[in-house]
Each structure stands twice: as structure tokens, then as C-alpha cells.
Design a binder for this molecule. Sequence first.
Ligand code: KG4
Ligand code: ZN
Length: 352
Amino acid sequence: MSYLQNAARELETILSGREVRIFAVETSCDETAAAVVQNGRVILSSAIFSQIGLHKAYGGVVPEIASRSHAEKICLVADSALKDAAMDFDGVDAIAVTSGPGLVGALLVGVSYAKGLAFALSKPLVAIHHIESHICANYLTHPQLDPPFACLVASGGHSHIFYVGEDDSYSLLGCSQDDAAGEAFDKAARLLSLPYPGGPGLDDLAEDGDENAFRLPVPRTAGRYDFSFSGLKTAFAGIVRKMQANPEALPRADLAAVFRKAVVGALVDKTVLAAKENGIPVIALAGGVSANRLLRKRMREACDANRIRLYMPAPELCGDNAAMVGAAAYRKLKRGQIDGLSLNASPSIRLA
Ligand code: KG4
Ligand code: ZN
């Protein structure tokens, strides 16, 4: 029997309603991750090797170093996910993998590994879009949550507002016209001499600063629900440069707080506007930036004020991990959507 015939037979038993354990892999950028997720909602294990230490010296992700490190670590991380879930590959019902977008060499490591595993185990293979997986992290933190809702996805490469339909469909309501929110945080952090990735460090530094110490322009965009962060970043760079004559006296905490307030303000205002104007009573957050403390606080306040229900992933599920890939794959499997062994990495595929 061919691989596809075997996988289709397995899928049939999955659709009959039994417990499903998905082994998921994520290698789209600088985290090598593997996880076991049960029924799309329960994390049995989630192993992550972060490459931050390898890229730090370069101030950003070096694609060649990323791919080589993924290739080196993927088997170790996979073994550790299985061990933590107290199972072996015989207990796996399906394999899930991020197939894009991301760094092509990095994606290829995960995709090749997952295809090999699916073939060896004769189990269904499910390819997952990276943004979709970030959105699905919410299903792990909130087992009762189901679409429809509006979702702000803010990460290093993306700033999008999606409408997630009841049928798990995605439509784009707004997006950044230039830099992503995480990218803007990382660039501002570099100006404040914070190590890569600067978002979390800037968030920490901002806690001790005065967010009204300086004025930054309010970004203007053509679309009502779109973002623009590059003007903000340029204005911020101008303020920092002017003050840099005396680096000792640089009010780094104030500067971090002012920048954080400006980015968070745009993210909250546009997302709440999109939800209100489109009659969507539920908002979810997703992506690395959704770990930002001020974003979580201001979004909560804005949603409460507008009687909108808000769902946020647990902070440890905001960044890249494989558990969210398993959560997304379960929903695809339940719709009978599986992939063949011709699956390839798609470095710039769109979600909607
Ligand atoms: O989702 P993610 O882990 O990877 C991508 O898919 O890009 O997001 C990483 C981004 C980085 O830009 C990082 O600086 C940012 O999320 N980030 C934060 C915080 N934690 C991570 N930005 C602001 N505040 C944070 N607490
Ligand atoms: Zn991500």
C-alpha cells in the first residue's frame, strides 16, 4: 500500500472521533521546536531550543547559521519532546510541520524531517502556515475558544489583523504597510544598545520609564485598519541621535517607554476599531509581541471599555513553539486536510 493510501486510512480512523496525538515540528526562524499535542487543546510536551545565543553577536538572525543549527538540533529536540510526553513514535497519530513563511533553509529542515517521519510511520502529514499556528496558540490557552473572532498577529515579521471565520477561514482586515511591530521594537531596542532580540528587553526597560517624556508622531495610514511603524522608528532614531552626544545621560528607560506606548497605541486602536466597525465581539492576540506587558494591559482596558471579549495566549506560547503547530494541525485534520510527500517549504506564502 502506498504512503498516501496508508495516511488516508489513518485519517479515517482519526475522523471517527478517537483521541489524537499530533507530533509537531517548527523551524521557521530561530527556534528549533517539537511538541506533542492531544486533541488540539492539551500540550503533552513542548521542547524548544532557542538559537538566540548563536545570532546575538550579529544583532539579528543569520539564515545560514539558523539552518545549520536546526539540522544539528532537530533530532535532539524531537527526542526530548517524545520523552517529556512519556511516549514513543508508535503513539503518534499524525505529523505537523510549519511549511512557511520563514527562512527557506530553516523551513526545509523541519519540512524534510516531518516528511521523513510521516513516511516512516505511515501517518498523515499536515503542513501549517506560521501565522495560523500563532493564532491557534489561543486554543491551547483557552480550551473553550472557537472562531469567529478578530485576531491581531504581531511578531517579528508580521503585523496583521485577521478575521477568523467559524470555518477556520482567514480574511485580512488590515496589516502593516512597512515594518512589523516586532521588527520596530527590535530596531528601537538596538538604538538603545539592547541585545537582540530587543523586544523583551525594551519591554522590561520601559517599565521604569515615563511614557510621556517625549512626543512621537502618530503614524498615518491609507487603510483604516493598517499600521505603519517606519516613520515612528525614524522619528525615534532622530531623538536618540540628538541625545547621544552625552550617552551617559541618555534617558533610556523614558525613551523605551515612549516608543512602547506609541507602538502599542497603534496596535490597540486599529484592532479595536476593526472589531467594532465590523461587529466582531471577540478579539484574540497572537505572535511574539503579544507577550508585551503594555499591549496586554492596554488591550484589556480597551476591550473592557468596548464590551469586547479578549483572549491572549499564555506568555510562553506567544513566541515560536511547536505546540501551536499541533493545535493548528488538529483543526486541519478534522476537516480532512492532509498533505503529500511532495510538500515543499514556502518561504513567502500568504495566509489570506
Ligand atoms: O512570533 P515570534 O517569536 O517570531 C516571529 O514569527 O517573528 O516574534 C518575535 C518578535 C521579535 O521581534 C521580538 O522582539 C518580539 O517578538 N517580542 C516582543 C516581546 N517579546 C517578543 N516585543 C515586544 N515586547 C515583548 N515583550
Ligand atoms: Zn513566529
